[in-house]
Design a protein around this ligand. Structure first.
Ligand SMILES: [Zn+2]
Length: 164
């Protein structure tokens, strides 16, 4: 039994949602990432979207033809305290956009941050996921996304450093 496995099980004694009772678990399954919520921060470290234990009234907005601010992903634990994203290579950010004709996700590079890229005016939704090899460890509820009127690139509020 590895030290890492022992550590996770010791943790599970305190936090009941981690499961360590399956002796056949593979190394990838031992390292599930657990969180009770998500917090998306803008570049000023203000909360742009927050959900804890499944409920949120927050909405994300972007103009058509524009990128949103860069949003950094953090997680919330059972006390609603901030937790950093997993750092191992088995975990990555994944997402489902309900209608990719309205907006899509734009990333400069793979990691725990992204922009919304507004395509046309409308309302749709986004689900963010922590992908762990072949399954999701943590997902958001459907995040409402509102794409507002189309702007020319020079009028976009956050068209700063990273678009081409
Ligand atoms: Zn997992």
């Amino acid at each position: 039994m590895s030290k890492k496995f022992l550590f996770i099980c010791a943790f599970a004694a305190i936090i009941p949602f981690a499961a360590c009772n399956d002796n056949s678990t593979s190394s990838s399954q031992e390292a599930h990432f657990e969180a009770d919520g998500w917090a998306l921060y803008n570049t000023s470290w203000e909360v742009a979207y927050k959900v804890w234990r499944g409920s949120s009234d927050d909405t994300l907005r972007v103009n058509a033809g524009c990128l949103s601010e860069h949003l950094n992903i953090k997680f919330l634990d059972s006390d609603s305290s901030i937790v950093n994203p997993p750092e191992d290579s088995d975990h990555s950010l994944s997402w489902t956009v309900a209608d990719t004709t309205i907006f899509n996700i734009y990333q400069e590079e793979a990691g725990w941050g992204f922009h919304l890229k507004g395509i046309k005016e409308g309302t749709t939704s986004l689900i963010l996921k922590v992908l762990h090899v072949d399954h999701s460890d943590v997902i958001t509820p459907e995040i409402p996304i509102i794409v507002e009127e189309k702007l020319d690139p020079e009028d976009c509020p956050f068209q700063d450093d990273d678009e081409n």
